[in-house]
Design a protein around this ligand. Sequence first.
Ligand SMILES: [Zn+2]
Length: 528
Amino acid sequence: MSIIADLVKYSRLALGLRGFLKDTVTLEESKQRIAERLRDREKNFLSLVQKGIYKNPKSPFLKLLGLAGCQFGDIESGVNKDGIEATLKKLLAGGVYVSWEEFKGRKEVVRGGKRFRFSERDFDNPYLPVYYQAQSSGSRSAGTRTTFDLNRQSDISHYRLLMLADNSALGVHTGLWKPILPAAAGISTVLNYWKIGEPVDRWFSPVDEGQVQASLTHRLATRYIIYGSRLWGVKLAKPEYIGLEEAARVARWVADTKQQFGECAFDSYVSLAVKLCQAAIENGLDIADTKFFVGGEPLTPAKRRQIEAAGASVTPKYNISEIGKIGCGCSRAGATDDVHLFGDSMAAIQHRRRVEPTDIDVDAFLFTPLLPSTPKILLNVESDDYGVMETRNCDCLFGQLGFNTHLRNIRSFAKLTGSGMALIGTNLVRILEEALPAKYGGAATDYQLLEEEDSQGQTYLSLIISPEVGAVDEDDAIATMLRELRRVPHPGKLTAGVWAGAKILRVKRMQPISSMGKVSTLHLMKAE
Ligand SMILES: [Zn+2]
């Protein structure tokens, strides 16, 4: 990216940022906005399909819709007659969907005897202004470029306001533990909280600029947003590095805040919240009644138990960087990770698919964003998540607004989620099949990486090495794994930094599990 191009984007960002930060939204406005979007749901969907697909010659969906013999008028009459979801199901049956592998450009799309290959960028919304390209947070994604768009930030800020209101967390002092750029999660959360008039008190980053080898552009962008905003009297929290091994320091801040103000709220990745709570218990710190808002990876029963063991409450958020905000939990949630689907901005259906190379079938989610500010225009696009979808009334704020589709037991079938950082398996396969056998001997099949969770809710990555390989220095094997990981394009360095800090890699000497892929997660075995 040239300096000139950077400057143009920065000045555009500055113009937008001032207005964005000045006009904070109120709870009443948020409720009203969401009610409007629910009312206009079908209209918004049809307009997006017409403008973003049928009038966008670059849209990959033109090919799929063409093969299905589907004109805009067919979709329009389908929606008017049967609604959005029924129409999406019909389109799915006609081959109008994109699997996760096809979306990522890893697999050819074969429909009706025709073959195509798409890349993720083909799906970009052509109508969005480009302020600043940030790399997605890695929490649920792997180095996807997402457009840092302030209109989008405004559109989604309403959900956070409702989530805080539903949990009686408005006006509560809040801390944040999320990474700095190139991960977008930290800075966008800081902006998002400001937008709803609930600025975060402190922003802790689990990585520093050196560890993630942040580029000059990213270093400047962070300072530009934080210090530039002060010119307009906006005091955003600046990032303070506190590594994962220092969770007790963050826990102490939560305990101190609680002591001083009576309560505290906290926003972070699931496993960071788990670490914080563990540190609080180990150090005898009182963080009871702290309200945690967590995302980035599945909130499993063990992880929820660990957070609740510290006397805290936890609300899951479900977000996929490539697709958007999907939903969040509420104060009445029944299941561990139950979320209300944000039905005003997202439609979801499911289909059964095989997870290669295992013989396991899962009910994968297919998502269709509905708002014009969506970063990507998608029609029935798979995330790599599967789970349970059901319709249920709930008397929380989201339920009152009409969000009655729930998702739960949400798990990824394609990637590892260790410590809030994901990495697509294919990058790891090369390390497991080539780098490790080259160094320690044995065959490509002698190595496997398995995501597991211990009884404390901590996620571990077991590097499984077959006993047939012979003697291996376990620390050396972990060091090799991390070194190789750093050579992988973004988020290789970021992921290696976090994995090393969290010490989540461990070696297990056993036969690789043959029914599983090279890189897999134990929950898939339970999915059958
Ligand atoms: Zn609810």
